[in-house]
Design a protein around this ligand. Structure first.
Ligand code: ZN
Length: 443
């Protein structure tokens, strides 16, 4: 992000400097100096051939970087120096098949001028000649920032609704899944997406992402989102209160969406279906008052602590199988997580855990006919449905940041409210620059 900002600033500065330079020449032309008037006149555009020619090669199965260089005019020493310089940043024997190697030649004479090796999705190693032989630097892969918007109604699940959105149709599937996860994360103390979504619910969201040249997403962030659930509207606008690039989500009143508890201890994308409450217990074969929520999910799915607290049990708890119990705050609230296949490594009774921390993994230990998580919340000893909990409002934006909030909130929320309620759309690129190395590549 910082990298991107720096490159954006430098591009903008470059552009400004260019304009100033031109204006400067123009002004000079009007100023008489010793009776002589400079006249730059009209300069025809200068067309120069690029200084280099590029050849892009892909590492094939069984070809090493060194072998690829054999096809280039380099004497043995030169090639050795180049490989040594490369080794400062990456292991030439551990490059993936398909790694893109860009060979840069001096135009005309075929001598090699530089080599770019895309060592990962986000970095390339650039090799260039210097007085001593070869030098190497790591250059971030160029990214562009754009903003996507999506609107839709939810008939079955947020998952399907987002997948069917026209606004995200051009987004690779894996990135769509990440957007869905981010929406759920934004509202994780407001909506349990695995058991509260109703037909007729709706969503709209505006999403900012960094996109690589191959159109995959390097990072993304929800800027503003709204979910209408059972007639109630939940809004979230991103705001970077501490200016740390992380930020958080606030509602229309400027109150943080953070609460003492997440509604669900699992990523809803991993929940397959829900057991009915108050059912006939399949093993005991009696109707047992069900005191918690059962989430069906694959064995090994991570289980999160829904709130900060201290581990008071970690072990086998009869019917619960492998059980973790956490005491929150003064002890008014206790949460339990049962049937786990295993505990998070190193977790002990007496440990402090924080909200969202992985404490164990879904299993089917104890009285369970299939893999699922039994989640239970008790308030002063009495079983409580987490959804019925009336949690206090989150922290408000402090007065010192109110002015900034008002401006940024206005911009981001307007992006949402400008969306047509029925169709998805893609918004214009925000005009972020092509990254540094893109510019350098085309030098
Ligand atoms: Zn249960």
């Amino acid at each position: 992000m910082l990298e991107l900002l720096a490159s954006w600033i430098s591009t903008r500065l470059g552009a400004v400097a260019g304009v100033c330079g031109f204006v400067g020449v123009g002004a000079l032309a009007l100023v008489p100096v010793w009776g002589f008037t400079w006249d730059a006149g009209y300069l025809p555009p200068l067309v120069a051939a690029p200084a280099e020619e590029l050849r892009v090669e892909l590492l094939t199965n069984g070809t090493t970087f060194g072998e690829l260089l054999n096809g280039v005019r380099l004497d043995g020493n030169d090639q050795q120096n180049l490989l040594l310089a490369f080794q400062e940043h990456a292991d030439p024997r551990r490059l993936r098949v398909g790694t893109e190697v860009t060979l840069r030649f001096f135009r005309g004479d075929g001598r090699i001028r530089g080599v770019d090796v895309a060592v990962s999705k986000d970095e390339l190693v650039r090799l260039e000649r210097d007085v001593a032989g070869w030098a190497s630097i790591v250059v971030p892969t160029p990214v562009q920032v754009d903003t996507l918007a999506a609107v839709g109604s939810i008939e079955t699940s947020l998952w399907n609704a987002v997948r069917e959105s026209a606004g995200l149709a051009s987004v690779p599937w894996a990135d769509q899944a990440e957007v869905i996860g981010l929406v759920a994360q934004v509202f994780q103390s407001q909506i349990d997406f695995s058991r509260q979504i109703r037909p007729g619910d709706a969503y709209r969201l505006v999403f900012e992402r960094e996109v690589r040249p191959d159109r995959t997403m390097r990072s993304g962030r929800i800027l503003a989102a709204e979910v209408v659930n059972a007639g109630k509207t939940f809004s979230a606008v991103w705001f970077d209160l501490h200016d740390d690039g992380i930020g958080g989500y606030y509602d229309l009143q400027g109150e943080s969406l953070k609460r003492a508890f997440l509604l669900a201890p699992l990523d809803f994308r991993r929940v397959s279906s829900r057991f009915s409450l108050g059912r006939l217990h399949p093993i005991l074969n009696v109707i047992r008052a069900h005191v918690g929520v059962d989430y069906a999910a694959a064995i090994g799915t991570p289980v999160m602590a829904t709130g900060d607290g201290m581990v008071t049990q970690r072990g086998v708890g009869s019917g619960y199988g492998n059980l973790i119990e956490i005491r929150h705050g003064s002890g008014e609230f206790v949460t339990r997580y049962g049937h786990l296949s295993r505990f998070a490594s190193g977790l002990r009774v007496g440990d402090w855990v924080s909200q969202g921390q992985t404490i164990g993994y879904v299993g089917m230990t104890g009285l369970a006919t299939g893999p699922h998580l039994h989640y239970e919340m008790r308030r002063n000893g009495a079983p409580t449905d987490p959804l019925s909990l009336d949690m206090p409002e989150g922290d408000p934006i402090p007065p010192s940041a109110r002015d900034r909030w008002t401006v940024e909130f206005g911009e981001r929320y307007a992006m949402l409210t400008n969306l047509s309620p029925t169709s998805g759309q893609r918004m214009a690129d925000t005009g972020a620059p092509p990254g540094r190395s893109q510019a350098a590549r085309n030098e």
